[in-house]
Design a protein around this ligand. Structure first.
Ligand SMILES: *Cc1c(COP(=O)(O)O)cnc(C)c1O
Length: 383
């Protein structure tokens, strides 16, 4: 009710992106859709429903907290996998709910065993192996002990996955590190195979690895950013598309984030705009004030850097982004009135704002800006 902005999700953009991903995936590989961080800001339930409509049936979140929110919204979600945080107390809930989870320590194995006996159900686990990321994952030297444990407790455990995560497959600069990880993982597979232990899925690829390291597809890939229509970073985009300006729009952004003009203000040359002195009007200017600020997830780092679309024209952000509003220069946007549509991300009259067009300052800008879009902004499904 009374929302200051709306997010519309495009089903046809998702279809386009999934088609692109499937073209790259090797034959027989299972697609797991990564929807952590409120589906990269797109909205858990709306995005997952849209993806299910397209036949996607395997989803991954990071924590039990996220899994809980998603499962509440969509009880019928087919496969749900928690890749990171799950407290021992949540393991019982996950097992009863048929949710799969990552295991990277013995305590989780023992807890799984405990609840398996208590409820007479099996735990569906994905073992994470440390190959060089140095975040989570069993060390190689524990592998014999894990194998022994799995054999003894095979009645209680479904060995659903064996996986690892790469430490930056989007940059050629990390090639040495990634190659080591690939080798470590293949050694891991051999150690398990030698014990006759085979998981249902081996999985290592994120979006960047899918594109840059085809040998890592195994029989499942975990894809986040690409499905939403963004490249992992500029380097990967350039490697794939060459000259940006000549390449067709291979990926399509799903999100369209819009607000409305709240106020219009004329400012004389030589006046400061907004808080402090970060923007001095260098000419007579007309501004539009938009009721979107960093409280909604429009990062303050975009002050004086980003732009919005009004009347299909670029309007630069002037001054610092406030908590609940920002101002843009509409001097050259033609006739603008209060209530006119403002596009923060997405298309208007054939012009487009991609998050990445704002700034090359940070690789993580797309991921970060998207996931910060406030969870309370209504998301609606569109064409
Ligand atoms: C986020 C994440 C992914 C997906 O990464 P993208 O770059 O968005 O494709 C895959 N695996 C793990 C473990 C992750 O945390």
């Amino acid at each position: 009710m009374f929302e200051t902005s709306t997010i519309e999700l495009s089903a046809s953009a998702l279809q386009n992106n999934l088609r692109f991903i499937k073209k790259i995936m090797k034959k027989g590989v299972r697609f797991c859709s990564v929807v952590k961080g409120n589906a990269y800001g797109h909205g858990f339930s709306q995005f997952v429903r849209m993806a299910m409509n397209e036949g996607v049936d395997y989803f991954a979140v990071y924590s039990a907290e996220e899994a809980y929110l998603l499962k509440e919204e969509i009880p019928e979600i087919p496969h749900l996998f928690i890749m990171g945080e799950i407290q021992n107390e949540a393991i019982e809930w996950a097992m009863i709910s048929g949710i799969e989870f990552a295991v990277f320590d013995f305590s989780r194995l023992e807890t799984s065993l405990y609840y398996s006996r208590k409820h007479n159900i099996k735990a569906k686990i994905h073992l994470e192996i440390e190959t060089g990321m140095r975040r989570t994952g069993f060390n190689h030297r524990s592998i014999p002990e894990i194998c022994a444990w799995l054999k003894v407790n095979s009645d209680h455990i479904i060995f659903q996955g064996l996986f690892t995560h790469f430490a930056g497959a989007e940059s050629q600069a990390n090639h040495f590190r990634i190659t080591n990880q690939i080798n470590n993982f293949s050694l891991t597979k051999k150690l398990f195979a030698a014990e006759n232990l085979q998981p249902v899925y081996y999985h290592t690829s994120c979006s960047a690895a899918l594109l840059n390291y085809p040998e890592t597809h195994e029989n499942m890939v975990r894809i986040g950013i690409l499905q939403y229509g963004y490249w992992p970073n500029k380097e990967t985009h350039t490697r794939y598309c060459g000259d940006k300006n000549n390449s067709p729009e291979i990926l399509k952004r799903i999100i369209r984030w819009t607000s409305r003009v709240m106020e219009i203000k004329d400012v004389k040359k030589g006046c400061f705009i907004g808080y402090g002195t970060s923007y001095l009007a260098h000419k007579n200017m007309r501004l539009a004030i938009i009721p979107i600020g960093y409280a909604h997830g429009y990062s303050r780092n975009l002050s004086n850097v980003s732009w919005v679309l009004i009347n299909g024209k670029q309007a630069m952000v002037t001054g610092t982004i406030n908590m609940n509003c920002l101002s843009v220069d509409i001097t050259n946007c033609g006739k603008v009135e209060k209530g006119d549509e403002v596009v923060l991300i997405g298309k208007q009259n054939g012009k487009i704002i991609t998050v990445s067009s704002f700034s090359e300052k940070s690789n993580q800008l797309d991921y970060e800006l998207l996931t910060r879009i406030h969870i309370n902004i209504p998301r609606i499904m569109g064409k």
